[in-house]
Design a protein around this ligand. Structure first.
Ligand SMILES: Cc1ncc(COP(=O)(O)O)c(C=O)c1O
Ligand SMILES: [Zn+2]
Length: 464
């Protein structure tokens, strides 16, 4: 097996099972030469330590199942998840950037030879934002996942599902999307040469529809909620034999979110933070980050320590936050989500009760965020840290603010907030609830009225 060097497109990464993952997007000068130059002994050693996926296991009843495109337990209808094995810090550190650095902790047998350059996004020390909301210097970090190939963390989950789709021999990659997943699925399919069909709510932001179209996908707007689309997708997956990344390939898809946990821990110097703040739609990301930390502990890569999990939802679709506030285990589905935060508008979250249990078990919370607070948080994040977030990022930052204000997070806690999507996908959201465009003047932001191209006009407009 040789490393594929034929692709010149910088979006693509060439990988080989016999060499470390390296590509144009993630060049690593320290990477060893390909196996073909290092002899049979090394190749044999690599083959011997190649990771194995142990299989699937029902999260509910524990039933074991062979690896395959199954997602519900035939015994109890519980969700299947992937069980697996072994790695070291040195092994990870010797590899190039990207999610495949953590190969042994991922539900694939080998790194795929083609795909987008996903992951290894920056963990940013956010002192200016931290100071504004009451955290000591050096304590707040932002995981900037606005910088993935299609501008959201969804590239992580799709990369894993897509690798499996190829292995299972599917020719069509599909998804039921609240928006960001559509673009991620479309681009991943393009990068590996599968057909993409994405299903989105008909009222989705135009920028997100256009984004998916840009990668050559068939975009199907559906007159209904995400939950309606999810049901439809189940049927289509069954009838058409398509790989729906978040439906029939969900066990693999879900594992992709663990890479956020792996990267955060490694970027903190192989340590866990005191608290994580993350958005919740289905609750997959939220719960899998916790599982990712557990995997790192189990693999001996980090020391165990309690991490508080603080989730955030938009008030207009907050079934998990509501159950948390009411102290009940029952998550009442939201039939008609009403929020500018479309990316988190899942009325009946698949991992809702696991998210609830996680927040309670760890001494965290699930915060409910009104749209105006989301918009204000998007502006605050942009103004203080130079990161433009999508609505889910606004919900996360507002959730962080609320948790600090309520004393759930102390000033000296080490906090990591996951900024999962880029603001260019929801350009208007930041002005929600703002009556008139903020007047522009030196030192404060806002759109000034157009001026004539003269210095006197500039002064007259009060901009000096
Ligand atoms: C930007 C962004 N962040 C977070 C999420 C939450 O994902 P999950 O369904 O895993 O809770 C989504 C889901 O669509 C999203 O688009
Ligand atoms: Zn079961």
């Amino acid at each position: 097996m040789t490393t594929d060097t034929s692709t010149t497109d910088s979006r693509h990464q060439a990988w080989s099972t016999m060499s470390v993952p390296v590509g144009p997007g993630h060049a690593d000068p320290a990477a060893p030469p390909p196996a073909s130059q290092r002899g049979a002994e090394y190749a044999a050693e690599r083959a011997a330590d190649r990771p194995r996926v142990a299989g699937l296991r029902c999260r509910n009843c524990g039933r074991a199942e062979e690896t395959g495109p199954s997602f519900v337990c035939p015994q109890c209808f519980g969700p299947f998840e992937v069980v697996r094995a072994q790695v070291s810090r040195a092994k990870v550190e010797a590899r190039g950037p990207g999610i495949w650095r953590y190969l042994e902790l991922l539900p694939v047998d080998e790194a795929p030879s083609r795909g987008l350059a996903v992951g290894s996004t920056p963990l940013i020390r956010a002192d200016r934002l931290g100071k504004e909301i009451g955290l000591a210097a050096g304590r707040l970090h932002l995981k900037d996942d606005t910088r993935n190939p299609t501008l959201s963390f969804k590239d992580r989950v799709v990369a894993i599902a897509a690798a499996r789709a190829v292995q299972f021999g599917f020719d069509t990659l599909a998804c039921a999307s609240t928006g960001n997943l559509a673009g991620a699925t479309a681009a991943a399919a393009a990068a590996i040469g599968l057909r993409a069909v994405v299903f989105v709510p008909a009222n989705l932001e135009p920028a997100k529809i256009d984004h998916a179209l840009s990668y050559g996908a068939t975009v199907v707007p559906v007159n209904g909620t995400y939950d309606d689309i999810n049901r439809l997708s189940l049927e289509i997956a069954d009838e058409e034999g398509w790989a729906f990344v978040n439906v029939n390939l969900r066990p693999y898809y879900a594992e992709g979110s663990k890479t956020l946990a792996f990267e955060v821990a490694e970027q903190l110097g192989w340590r866990l933070p005191d608290a994580i703040v993350a958005p919740i739609a289905s609750g997959s990301l939220f719960t899998k980050v916790a599982r990712g930390f557990e995997d790192l502990v189990a693999a001996g890569l980090v020391e165990d320590k309690p991490v508080r999990f603080i989730g955030a939802q938009a008030a207009g679709c907050s079934p998990v936050a509501q159950a948390f506030a009411e102290g009940t285990d029952e998550i009442r589905p939201v039939r008609n989500p009403d929020t500018i935060v479309r990316s988190l508008a899942i009325g009946s979250p698949a991992d809702g009760r696991y998210s609830l249990a996680l927040a309670r078990r760890t001494g965290g919370s699930i915060e409910s965020i009104p749209d105006q607070a989301t918009a204000a948080a998007i502006r605050r994040l942009g103004r203080t840290e130079g990161i433009f977030a999508e609505t889910a990022g606004g919900v996360t930052v507002a959730g962080l603010e609320q948790a600090v204000a309520r004393g759930l997070i102390g000033p000296d806690d080490e906090v990591v907030a996951l900024i999962t999507g880029n603001g260019v996908k929801t350009p208007d959201a930041k002005w929600f609830g703002v009556e008139d465009a903020v007047p522009g003047h030196a030192g404060a932001g806002g759109l000034a009225a157009a001026i004539e191209p003269s210095y006197s006009a500039f002064v007259r407009a009060g901009l000096a």
